[in-house]
Design a protein around this ligand. Structure first.
Ligand code: ADP
Length: 300
């Protein structure tokens, strides 16, 4: 099978591991630089070109950076139009990339999440704060990643001034109930298909409520409850993602989803758990393509 990994950097751990796992299982694997591809869109035979040549693949693994979501999703869509299997679909990636849309979709499925408020204007900040249960609360930049743009406001005064400042900058923000009992930790659940294949508990560094590894957090293997597993699988399903990194906080009222990532990193999770997640991803592609071949149609 010819597998393409859509990635901006072949030297990234996740990209290297996927290449390695694919090759070990006898596949032809190449890294396709997302932003260097061009698309020929026409009614007869659409194509993707790289380095002046048409790219010929059976399957793609999209690893789309947050900064190239628009072009990345368009490229995944182009492959889909050409009948190439994509591990995560363009529509599912787009859903999960928009934090607000993702939370709305999760809420429709009744999946637990911290109470979240959203507004367009600073008309009634007091009501917005009350809506999420008052302070302390978390303010999040809609476009933020890796914990950047996530602020904890401990007092009403601090919350009001930070919210006002963000509105003044015309930034889109979410206001969220602060889950104090999570104690600066969260669970990263790696979902492949209908299963959580690996999970780690991330703990923020001393004094930081954010547990992101990029912010200095540390990770250990996590033992999930049945409810946490179910919650992670349901969250990935709600987005339509076959592979997802679901971030969950443990609260007094059970697991609450913070975010669903469509290109979750492999380094932290493989190192913390010892599970070859890359291998499981390739295995999932093999299964889906076999199903597709047998059914003679596209696996949605
Ligand atoms: P990002 O996408 O930038 O990582 P997150 O929403 O995942 O943003 O927040 C970063 C970290 O901050 C989380 O991993 C978690 O540890 C902490 N955090 C975020 N939201 C809350 C919340 N509502 N209550 C408690 N901790 C939170």
């Amino acid at each position: 099978m010819k597998i393409g990994i859509l990635s901006s950097d072949p030297s990234l751990y996740s990209t290297r591991r996927l290449v390695e796992a694919g090759q070990q299982r006898g596949h032809e694997v190449r890294v396709v630089s997302t932003l260097h591809c061009s698309m020929n869109i026409n009614a007869v035979q659409s194509s993707v070109h790289l380095d002046g040549q048409a790219v010929d693949l059976d399957a793609i693994i999209p690893r789309i950076a947050a900064s190239s979501t628009f072009y990345g999703c368009a490229l995944v869509r182009q492959f889909e139009m050409m009948g190439v299997y994509s591990l995560n679909s363009s529509i599912a990636i787009a859903r999960s990339r928009d934090k607000l849309r993702a939370l709305q979709l999760l809420s429709r499925k009744g999946i637990g999440m911290p109470i979240t408020g959203f507004a367009n204007k600073p008309d009634n900040i007091a009501d917005l704060i009350d809506m999420v249960g008052g302070v302390p609360l978390v303010i999040k930049l809609l476009e933020g990643t890796q914990g950047i743009g996530v602020v904890l406001a401990e007092t009403r005064k601090a919350a009001e001034s930070v919210i006002e400042a963000f509105f003044g900058m015309k930034a889109n923000i979410l206001i969220q109930e602060y889950i104090r009992e999570s104690n600066g930790s969260d669970l990263r659940c790696f979902v492949v298909g209908n299963k959580v294949v690996a999970a780690m508990l991330r703990q923020g560094k001393e004094g930081d409520f954010r547990s992101n590894l990029h912010r200095g957090g540390s990770a250990t293997v996590a033992k999930l409850t049945a409810a946490e597993r179910k919650c992670a699988v349901m969250a990935a399903k709600a987005m339509g993602l076959k592979v997802a990194g679901v971030d969950i906080v443990r609260s007094n009222r059970g697991p609450l989803v913070l975010e669903v990532n469509s290109s979750p990193g492999l380094e932290g999770i493989e190192k913390a758990t010892g599970v070859s997640v890359a291998d499981m991803i390739i295995d999932k592609i093999e299964q889906d393509l076999l199903l597709r071949k047998n059914a003679g149609k596209i696996v949605a």
